[in-house]
Write a protein that binds this ligand. Sequence first.
Ligand code: B12
Ligand code: SF4
Ligand code: SF4
Length: 437
Amino acid sequence: MREPSSPVLPAAAAGALRERIRDKALALGFDAFGCCEAALGPEARHRLADFLAGNRHGEMGWLAERTEQRADPRALWAEARSVLSLGLNYAPEGDALATLARPDRGNVSVYARHRDYHDVVKGMLKHLAQFVVKAGTDALRDAGRAPESARPPGGGPEERRGRTGTLASKERGEASKGGEAAGVGADPDHPQVKVFVDTAPVMEKPLAERAGLGWQGKHTNLVSRRHGSWLFLGEIYTTLALPPSPPSGGSCGSCTRCLSSCPTDAFPAPFQLDARRCISYLTIEHAGPIPPALRPLMGNRIYGCDDCLAVCPWNRFASAGRTAKLQARAELDAPHLAELSRLDDAGFRRMFSGSPIKRIGRDRFVRNVLIAIGNSQDPALLPSADGLRGDPNEVVAEAAAWACDRLATGGDRGGDRGGEAAAPPGARTVPDTRIGM
Ligand code: B12
Ligand code: SF4
Ligand code: SF4
């Protein structure tokens, strides 16, 4: 197999190309763009290793696979020279946490109130990737650097421009989350690209930080000076060597709001998350019964959680997301728990068609709804829970019994902004390493 040639442009042309790609990204609807070398420092590898060694990934076994590729873009794709990092703002119109004060309703996290962002971002990335291939090919031709061997016999520039195939490679088990990695540009002598969003072995946050989109905040997510904590991330890896974008500036400083806002104390230290305590993990990724000690702290959060994001002071600079495809579906703003508890498989699939919620399936979703019912202190919801005690799914049946008991004994409603219920004695099922703040 011959060595693939890496397209090299003179510095000025590479800088101009990066700016053309940036303009196109913004025109396509992205809100943030940056570029960095296809590399992550040793820190990312060490921090990933620490996270896994501490079992903070819980049952997300896929995070422990392909760690070399995850921690190093060139271990995933040896030919990659640059990473383009893209951000899509999904800041909500109003108070992201408003539904937490309505115990008869379910709180769906902001990212899941609209069309699945994986589809939206991936579609936009693919458009941008095609542009990168075309603009990169043009720039190489104009710079006279397109390798002779690259020119198809008798083929002119138009013909070469048209070479955009789809590699559509499933990168790993994360593809089971509904995503995939896809690429365009099958000719090894021309700019090649691969697009990623969420589901590939890619450390999207440290890459976005290196590309100048922001910094990893103490809640571990990327914070942007312009968009606060509400950015979806996606990447294009390319064989083009492009100049890096400048660092974003900005930092968390002495702020600790996200850490103290977490209903389940999921941060053992700033910048570190123990996923096993995180409501996002518990409601989305965790399959079996939710540890009873954590249930009262979940309040009515039935899919994901936004508390640590929503309290970030940098959000005050964010304006509501402008992409029409991410407009919230009204019925997911504050759905009635009683109605949700009645969903069967078919009804669940109908209701959540095109939504990321569909991925977790009816049983896990109804389990979450029952926990919220148990936390509601609303006796009118007792029949909804009682009716599911005999559910064929044993996790659902157990959650129904728990909800009935909790309603009958008048357990506190935990985890909302108005105050957290104290966990029962011995509540913690994972080691408590939270630092004093
Ligand atoms: C696994 C995962 C989860 C897991 C674990 C989260 C986590 N923090 O790791 C769970 C299910 C809990 C989760 C939840 C959420 N997720 Co998620 N998730 C991912 C995924 C697939 C991988 C993240 C990962 O690599 N984790 C492994 C650990 C090692 O990474 P880490 O926490 O970043 O660890 C870093 C810190 O510990 C840091 N660190 C440690 N010490 C120090 C010290 C200093 C000084 C510094 C600077 C850093 C630092 O270094 C580590 C490596 O960078 C990414 C997509 C991707 N492929 O990147 C999306 C992703 C991170 N998730 C995303 C979102 C939106 C969410 C939720 C907000 C969804 C919701 N509303 O419920 C929550 C937020 C919870 C939270 N506070 O993190 C977005 C975040 C966008 C952004 N602006 O950053 C991503 C990037 C998806 C996307 N494409 O947009 N998620
Ligand atoms: S998403 Fe919720 S539960 Fe998870 S760390 Fe943030 S505040 Fe805590
Ligand atoms: S809430 Fe404060 S500490 Fe947390 S990410 Fe935002 S600025 Fe950083």
